[in-house]
Design a protein around this ligand. Structure first.
Ligand SMILES: [Zn+2]
Ligand SMILES: [Zn+2]
Ligand SMILES: [Zn+2]
Ligand SMILES: [Zn+2]
Ligand SMILES: [Zn+2]
Ligand SMILES: [Zn+2]
Ligand SMILES: [Zn+2]
Length: 1788
């Protein structure tokens, strides 16, 4: 067994190192048969360098290949040292005007919407920034990889093709022959070496044998070493491959993952190395394991030398593209070598060979040679054309191979040809792929040559004329679909399975190519182009013919269809072709001859389509109102009908063009107009319309959803342009050529309504009871639909060619109608408008004229609002409205009119005139049948107890009447003296129906209806009609005598309107009075309610007061200046009785020490928000000592609360219930919740805020504990005396403890022989005054802070519990102080209630917590804390003064001091102790500040002369210098020092003020509640400090000097002053989220340069930016998963544990999306702080509008973070959207 598992790097044999590139090259230069010599060299060395073991060893291989293989080639090429030769080449080279930068995956690309010839023309960032397009409308996308920058390509840009860098310096430089710069002999050598190496590479890459090499390359000695090579396919999943590999080659999962990743990336990977049998074995297992369901994975056992040569061949291609990069001449030579026809190979070139083998190559190889093509053939303009021709010639073959291949198209050479998934088209593709439910992985693309070739207008033209490319593509396309046809030759697609979809998508890529060919319309036509285009057009018609009538449906009666028929494939095809069809029409429109010819050809094919069977049976005779007509007997509800009519629709498109281009009027003799049969033309489109109506009427219910879907897409904005819209145009075209009466009769007949309107007593018949309700309803709906269609045929004139409108007016009308529904964001509007092939809607051009833009606030997006003057264009029956849109718009518009005090009639708008070709359509409005229909419906309405009508019917009839009257009015107005108008509706309007119906006239009926009580909604409309009728009648009368005076007409109208207005005003006044009365009544009722519940109200008010005002109102009135927060002079306050209500049981309770506990829901979390050192984490939580907080505040514990109060017992039973429920639910459903019950999490029962513990509410700790022994204090001890006394007391306690540990000592003998200070009674046991319930809650919160803060298991006994409690209090205060400072808010009075309540409760809790801990433990901690300041030889060595956060120290000392004081009966109050401790810590902090001051960079100018403070500061500083061994810089300016101290100490003073305020409940002077300048003095006074802080050092001189001396003598401080270490300096700056660039593309660019840190230079798929520290991570990927607490987690989750204590804020750069993470299970997405010009975010970067940083939104994000609200935000997001809970956040 040759199981060589040697992972070691084999040492490099000496003979390899001894090779000399120069010697080899010199031999070659002399060689007679160079090919033979080079091959010999390669045959010998390649297998010795490459593939020497089971694992590739790229470093060695690379190095040796360069040394032995490539080195000689470079030498040969230059005929001198390449280092010299290449430099010469580069110097001589003219830099190319083409940028040609090949895009990396994720790199930003830019396209100019104004200047790019098509959207595939893109620029790299560098070129873009230096181009004129920067100031244009541009679109930004991230590249999928592949493709290159088009800067410098004059054919790609309408203007500004060059950026500043690529601007040609000398004109005409482009045409210069690149070979001119090369010496003759070098040209020869280059040809030689390129020809050999390129052929070698091509031969090796396309080599298919596994065990043999091409002749001349056979190795001298052949070993039995093989590789088992695994290839990738698109069938097997990652998991399948990993599983199989573990079995087959016996590897670990990790190795298998690595294999699979490489196979996926490179397309192949050796999975085993060894002798033949060994490899064969693995192959068998793999094949066996993967062949069960599908075709097996491809595996080959290849000889190592074959693999070696293939690897080198790839290396060689890379080398070639590198070498040609040095010189345009070399590039040209390589292209020529590649394109040269080779006589021995049937005239094909090396490039042909590579291309044609493309589908057989593995991905890695394809990538490399595609890149070579791009850097060679496509960068050389001459070769590009030659290559394009080769490409077009090979096209059918390439496509055929590609179709059979199951690899990703993106790495196929046809993707060279196109690549639908290339960058610029990415967004467009997504829309479509969403629809077919595409997989997204395929978007990773590598190259796109067809885009490069086909979109160059000159090339595309050549390819169409010379290579007949258009026909070729369409023909290829048809060939591939040939198999899928029904008996009539129409396409019939199989069920749309995933594999089907995959294959189908490949076929569609051809459509993409066709699109590229057509994308730029010709400006000049040649005869050849006409000929070839029309040839292509004809083939295209054949394609459409196969689509005409596909997927026909027949109405299902009786039972429901058994299986939903396939429909998606056909629609996908239609959608893909939509733009092609539109583009072909545009091509036709650009040349009269082409248009005429195309029209003829299309008509022929259309007539062929109609000659088919099943179009109808016996002709029938229709007659109505004296008009008679023969028609076919066809019923949509009985016969086959298809929604696919592309030929008819193309024809109708061309027909409109005849009108638009006026060809119809200029060359009527050339057109086959006489061959048209109007009834035939309208037949199929009418079927489609009727089908929709019938589906809507519920007649096709049994045909299932597939039909509903088809109808939906038929109208959808993506399809309608070439479906629905064109059908309508066809109806208009047909009707315009027919007798309007005949048209309407056919319509009635097809709607199956003919008999209804032809039977006199239809209306009456339905009075009887035995009518079928369903049938009645069906008929009603059909009548409504038929009326609507009539409206559209006559009224829809906003298509250029149908009506006299411009494209802008058409678009404006669309926008107006969208905005009539509601104000919309830019992206919403874009979605509602059809896009052209360049994804443009053209909206920007017109939007300003119809809408005004409203900017967004901190949330939401910018909106467009319709300008008020545009509402008059509103047509409630606008043909693009869906039913939902229509009713929404109608409602909105009626409401608007009411608000403006106008009538609510929604009359038809004034319409543009028809073009001459369609002009006769207006006659429908005055035709007999039309009037008859209107009159009939009205008759039904008028009839008493009629059931045969609906309000919608009436509304439509009124609208139609209005349209007719409008038309007449318009005609009269525009009629000139000589042109008479013929339109006359008014006469029919007032004429009664003739026998036999004998109906009253329309006028009469309307007048009747006007007074009908049940038609309130339509009264305004009827009134409007009658008024208009009056006006028109008057105008008619006048025109018969005199010309119309238009203003008079208006005058009448206005007069009526005025009267209306007055009427309305009166009514409004009445309404107002009524409203007022009701309001008065209501407020009376309210007052009554308050009276009844007075108590309740009072209480609520009091509660509000209690929590919002910081000054209890019943405390003695003290002048603000005298308010002092601590110490013996502390202002006395008597706390008011506090009564609160439980949110759960609604009972109220007073907060007292002996009452049941009340608690606040709260959330404890670890935090690094204040951290100045993110590298520091708690490594070993079980042994971590948290007693001293380091001044870098690396990790703290934060407590927050929503402020909602509950009884402790109510909360407990609530929590138990939640817990029980969740356990049941998890067992049953295995679903997650947004909170982790097992970790004690729950949601606040009132506000659903995430919580994990509760804070007990306590009365002020002063009252019960301290008031007793502080009363009789007389003389206050000085600091020194107090200190001495305290140390003595601690000493006693220590000795007692030592004795206690000796087991023999009896408790009563302990104090014997000890000197106990007077008044100190160590054996007094303090009595805990709190009720059991409160005690329990004290323990609960204490345990929670301990558990969360240290991330350990709860343990009530742990001595660290009290430390964590005090620490969390200090940390929370520091966090809040920082936040207030950053927000520039005053320290007091501006906190929200909930934070105020939380801080108060938290402080009191921390002050009382010692009562439930072991007193001796707290005493010990007190002693240790004190030892930082007063060094004590007995305790463990404390950290130096530089390494302690002084505020934490202060809080800890003050809060643990009661544990000592409870034994003190000397009469010295606790308050005295607090003050001394505070002074001492403050002085220590000043020393800390002075030691760390870096006054060098303080450039402030001294503002005033040195005063007392300044002098004192200088004195202290000098002393420090002296004590620290003069290592500190000397300072001469006391002023600067004092300034430094003042700013440095400010945060500490502010925190202290907060702390003592909440601890002692002393109200705050009003000045501190405002932003005022003299804060410093105010704070000092409030904190009982001298305003001259430095005077502390003078008063306490004897105590502090020796202390300072000792502090400075400590080793750590010594090493600091010697600059051997650093320390935090003050004030600490607040942490902010990282700075983000204004332009989002900077970020994209940064991310695209980022490579995965683990997989050696690979691009990261989801680069994600940590907004806290700025680190870039490789998220959501196998490669960067790490293990965390026994689970695999993604890079982001892992990062949160080091950067944010489990909480993280990230920006997913590719998605433009903010990600919040908390712990492993919680996360949510959040809108990014980047907005486009329309005030919208672009999550997923789908739209590509330029994005800019919105500072306000980013600040909001930062605030969330600073306030520790991220977790809370996630909780709310997850509660609101349950799908977020199911996401595996830890994998991100
Ligand atoms: Zn560029
Ligand atoms: Zn450029
Ligand atoms: Zn531009
Ligand atoms: Zn309660
Ligand atoms: Zn709450
Ligand atoms: Zn970070
Ligand atoms: Zn990675």
């Amino acid at each position: 067994m040759a199981a060589t598992e040697s992972d070691e790097v084999p040492s490099i044999p000496k003979f390899l190192m001894d090779c000399s590139a120069k010697d080899i090259a010199l031999n070659w230069l002399q060689a007679t048969d160079l090919t033979r010599d080079v091959y010999q060299h390669l045959a010998y060395y390649v297998p010795k360098i490459y593939c020497r073991g089971s694992n590739p060893n790229p470093l060695n291989e690379e190095m040796l290949a360069q040394h032995i293989l490539l080195g000689p080639m470079e030498w040969y090429l230059c005929a001198e040292d390449p280092a010299v030769g290449i430099t010469k080449l580069e110097k001589a080279n003219k830099s190319s005007q083409l940028c040609g930068r090949v895009f990396k995956i994720g790199e930003p690309t830019y396209s100019c919407r104004d200047c790019a010839v098509d959207p595939t023309c893109v620029l790299c960032m560098e070129c873009f920034l230096a181009s004129v397009h920067r100031a244009h409308r541009y679109r930004m996308t991230t590249s999928g990889g592949g493709g290159f920058c088009d800067c410098g390509d004059t054919e790609a840009w309408k203007q500004g093709p060059y950026c500043l860098k690529h601007k040609p310096t000398v004109s005409g430089a482009m045409e210069e022959d690149p070979l001119a710069h090369l010496p003759e002999d070098m040209i020869g050598r280059a040809y030689n070496i390129f020809a050999i190496t390129f052929k070698y590479a091509v031969d090796m890459l396309t080599w298919v044998e596994e065990d043999r090499l091409p002749s001349g390359l056979e190795p001298p000695e052949k070993e039995d070493t093989y590789y088992c090579m695994l290839f990738n396919d698109e069938v097997h999943t990652y998991e399948q491959v990993i599983y199989t590999l573990q079995k087959a080659v016996n590897c670990t999962q990790k190795e298998a993952v690595s294999f699979a990743t490489t196979v996926d990336r490179d397309g192949r990977r050796s999975v085993r190395y060894g002798d033949f049998q060994f490899c064969e074995q693995a192959k068998t297992v793999i094949v066996r394991n993967t062949s069960r369901q599908t075709k097996p994975l491809k595996v080959q056992v290849m000889h190592s030398s074959v693999v070696a040569h293939q690897n080198f061949a790839i290396k060689l291609l890379i080398w070639l593209s590198q070498v040609i990069g040095y010189s345009g001449g070399l590039r040209r030579i390589l292209c020529e070598v590649g394109l040269q026809q080779r006589p021995d190979e049937e005239g094909s070139s090396l490039i042909d060979k590579l291309m044609l083998c493309d589908s057989k190559l593995w991905k890695g190889a394809r990538n490399i040679y595609h890149q070579l093509f791009m850097s060679s053939l496509l960068m050389d303009l001459k070769s590009k054309k030659l290559f394009a021709v080769r490409f077009a010639k090979n096209y059918p073959q390439l496509q055929r191979d590609f179709m059979e291949d199951d690899h990703e198209r993106v790495v196929s050479v046809t993707a060279l040809s196109v690549q639908l998934f290339t960058v610029p088209t990415l967004n467009y593709e997504r829309l479509q792929t969403d629809y077919v439910n595409d997989d997204h992985d395929r978007e990773f693309s590598v190259t796109d040559l067809s885009v490069q070739i086909f979109t160059v207008p000159s090339l595309a033209r050549i390819l169409i004329t010379d290579e007949n490319l258009m026909t070729t593509i369409i023909q290829t396309f048809m060939d591939h679909l040939m198999r899928q046809r029904d008996s009539h030759g129409r396409f019939q697609f199989e069920r749309y399975t995933a594999i089907q979809a995959f294959k189908f998508r490949r076929v569609q890529s051809l459509i993409g190519d066709l699109k590229y060919v057509l994308v730029s319309k010709p400006t000049e036509w040649t005869d050849k182009l006409r000929e070839k285009f029309l040839e292509g057009f004809e083939v295209f018609l054949q394609l459409l013919k196969r689509m005409q009538g596909m997927d026909p449906v027949t109405r299902q009666v009786g039972q429901h269809i058994e299986m939903e028929p396939e429909w998606e494939a056909a629609f996908t095809l239609q959608m893909k072709l939509t733009h092609i069809i539109s583009m072909i029409q545009e091509w036709c429109a650009s040349d009269e001859r082409v248009l005429i010819e195309a029209y003829r050809k299309c008509l022929i094919v259309l007539l062929q389509c109609h000659s088919g069977p099943c179009d109808g049976e016996q002709p029938i005779t229709l007659s109505m109102c004296g008009h008679t007509l023969e028609s076919v007997q066809y019923r949509v509800s009985q016969h086959q009908v298809s929604i696919h009519l592309p030929v008819s629709r193309l024809f109708s498109g061309l027909h409109v063009l005849l009108s638009k281009t006026e060809v119809a009027y200029r060359f009527p003799e050339l057109l086959p107009l006489s061959e048209l049969s109007p009834p035939l033309l309208i037949e199929h489109p009418l079927h489609c319309m009727v089908l929709c109506a019938q589906v809507h009427a519920g007649m096709w219910r049994r045909n299932g959803f597939s039909l509903v879907n088809q109808i939906y897409y038929y109208h959808n904005v993506k399809c309608r342009v070439e479906m629905y819209d064109k059908d309508l145009i066809m109806l208009q075209a047909g009707a315009s050529m027919m007798d309007p009466n005949h048209f309407l009769m056919i319509m009635l007949c097809r709607f199956e309504l003919y008999h209804i309107f032809n039977s006199l007593d239809y209306g009456k018949r339905f009075n009887s009871e035995h009518t079928n309700k369903d049938v009645l309803q069906q008929n009603n709906t059909l009548i409504e639909e038929m009326l609507h269609l009539t409206m559209m045929v006559v009224g829809e004139r906003y298509t250029a060619g149908v009506g006299h409108v411009s494209a802008e007016e058409e678009l404006k009308r669309e926008i107006v109608h969208q905005l009539c529904i509601r104000p919309m964001a830019h992206s919403e509007l874009v979605k509602a408008l059809p896009e052209d092939e360049n994804k443009e809607t053209g909206m920007e051009k017109v939007i300003e004229s119809v809408a005004s833009f409203k900017k967004p606030g901190l949330t939401g997006r910018g909106l467009y609002e319709l300008k008020p003057e545009c509402t008059k264009e509103f047509n409630v029956f606008f043909y693009h409205y869906s039913r939902a849109d229509q009713s929404k718009a109608e409602e909105a518009q009626r409401k608007l009119r009411k608000q403006n005090g106008e009538d609510t009639a929604l009359p038809p708008p004034v319409l543009p005139h028809f073009c001459p070709l369609f002009a006769s359509l207006v006659n429908i409005l005055q035709s007999d049948v039309y009037v008859y229909i209107l009159r009939t419906v009205l008759q039904w309405v008028v009839e008493p107890n009629g059931h045969a009508w609906t309000e919608s019917m009436l509304q439509r009839v009124l609208h139609l009447i209005g349209m007719a009257l409008q038309e007449e009015k318009q005609q009269i107005e525009s009629a000139t003296a000589d042109s008479d108008f013929t339109f006359n509706f008014t006469s029919k309007f007032s004429r009664p129906g003739e026998a036999p119906e004998n109906t009253p006239s329309i006028l009469a009926m309307l007048e009747t209806l006007q007074n009908s009580p049940h038609l309130e909604v339509y009264k305004d409309m009827i009134k409007w009609i009658l008024k208009l009728f009056g006006i028109v009648k008057k105008m008619r009368e006048r025109t018969s005598s005199a010309p119309v005076v238009e203003t008079e007409g208006h005058g009448v109208e206005e007069c009526i309107r005025d009267k209306d207005k007055a009427d309305r005003k009166r009514k409004a006044e009445i309404a107002r009075l009524r409203r007022e009365k009701i309001l008065a009544q209501m407020s009376e009722m309210q007052r009554h309610f308050i009276d009844e519940n007075r108590e309740l109200f009072q209480q609520t008010l009091e509660e509000l007061e209690a929590s919002s005002s910081t000054a209890p109102d019943n405390s003695p009135i003290v002048p603000d200046a005298a308010l002092i927060a601590l110490g013996p002079k502390q202002t006395r306050v008597f706390e008011k009785k506090q009564v609160v209500t439980c949110i759960l049981c609604q009972e109220e309770q007073e907060i007292r020490i002996n009452n049941k506990a009340m608690v606040l829901a709260s959330f404890v979390q670890r935090s690094t928000v204040l951290s100045k050192n993110r590298a520091r984490t708690i490594q070993d939580p079980d042994n971590y000592d948290p007693l001293f907080m380091h001044p870098d505040l690396a990790c703290g514990t934060h407590v927050g609360s929503c402020g909602h109060i509950m009884h402790a017992h109510c909360w407990q039973s609530y929590f138990d219930a939640v817990q029980a429920k969740e356990q049941r639910r998890q067992q049953r459903l295995r679903v997650h919740t947004s909170y982790d019950v097992e970790n004690g999490e729950f949601l606040c029962p009132l506000c659903e805020c995430l919580s994990n513990t509760v804070i007990p509410l306590l009365p002020s700790p002063r009252s019960p504990l301290n008031s007793d022994n502080s009363k009789n204090c007389t003389g206050l001890p000085a600091l020194s005396r107090w200190l001495k006394c305290t140390l003595q007391q601690l000493n006693v306690l220590k000795k007692i403890q030592e004795k206690q540990t000796v087991p023999d000592n009896l408790p009563n003998t302990i104090l014997e022989g000890m000197e106990v200070p007077e008044g100190f009674e160590p054996d007094v046991k303090p009595k805990n005054p709190y009720s059991d319930s409160i005690k329990e809650m004290l323990t609960t919160l204490a345990t929670a802070t301990y558990k969360v803060g240290l991330k350990v298991h709860p343990n009530e006994q742990d001595p660290r519990v009290p430390i964590m409690c005090r620490g969390s209090c200090a940390y929370t205060m520091q966090a809040i102080e920082r936040f207030l400072a950053d927000e520039e808010k005053p320290l007091f009075g501006h906190l929200p209630c909930r934070q105020d309540d939380c801080l108060k409760a938290l402080t009191r809790f921390a002050a009382s917590q010692w009562t439930v801990s072991s007193v001796s433990v707290v005493q010990n901690q007190y002693a240790r804390l004190l030892s930082v300041l007063i060094p004590d030889d007995n305790t463990p060595i404390p950290p130096s003064i530089l390494d302690v956060d002084m505020f934490h120290l202060l809080v800890s000392l003050v809060l643990s001091s009661p544990a000592l004081h409870c034994h003190d009966f000397t009469g010295v109050s606790l308050a005295v102790g607090h003050l001394h401790l505070f002074h001492l810590v403050t002085m220590a902090h000043i020393v800390q500040i002075l030691l760390t001051s870096s006054t060098e960079d303080n450039n402030m100018d001294q503002e005033s002369a040195d005063g007392v403070e300044e002098a004192a500061a200088l004195t202290v500083f000098d002393k420090l210098r002296q004590y620290s061994g003069s290592a500190l810089n000397s300072m001469s300016s006391g002023w600067h020092l004092w300034q430094y101290i003042k700013t440095g100490i400010m945060p500490y003073l502010r925190c202290s003020a907060l702390f003592f305020h909440y601890l002692n409940s002393v109200p705050v002077p009003v000045e501190l509640q405002e932003n005022r300048p003299h804060h410093f003095e105010l704070l000092c006074r409030y904190l009982s400090l001298p305003t001259n802080l430095m005077s502390l050092f003078q008063t306490e001189n004897e105590t502090i000097e020796p202390l300072m001396q000792r502090w400075c003598g400590v080793a750590e401080v010594q090493s600091f002053v010697k600059r051997e270490r650093t320390a935090i300096s003050y004030p600490r700056e607040s942490n902010k989220l990282i700075e983000l660039p204004d332009d989002y593309s900077c970020l994209i660019n940064r991310a695209s340069c980022f490579t995965c840190p683990k997989s050696g230079g690979d691009k990261s798929r989801a680069p994600t930016l940590c907004l806290v520290c700025g680190g870039m991570l490789c998220s959501q990927s196998y490669c960067c998963q790490t293990e965390l607490e026994g689970e695999d987690v993604g890079a982001c989750t892992a990062h949160t544990y080091t950067c944010g204590c489990g909480v993280g804020i990230f920006l997913r750069v590719r998605e433009s999306q903010v990600l919040f993470l908390a712990g492993k299970t919680k996360g949510c997405f959040y809108p990014p702080p980047y907005l486009d010009d329309y005030g919208e975010t672009d999550q997923g970067l789908r739209r590509g509008n330029p994005l800019h940083l919105c500072k306000e939104r980013y600040r909001k994000l930062q605030k969330l973070w600073q306030q520790h609200s991220i977790t809370e935000e996630i909780g709310h997001a997850q509660e609101a959207n349950q799908t977020l809970v199911g996401i595996d956040w830890q994998h991100l």
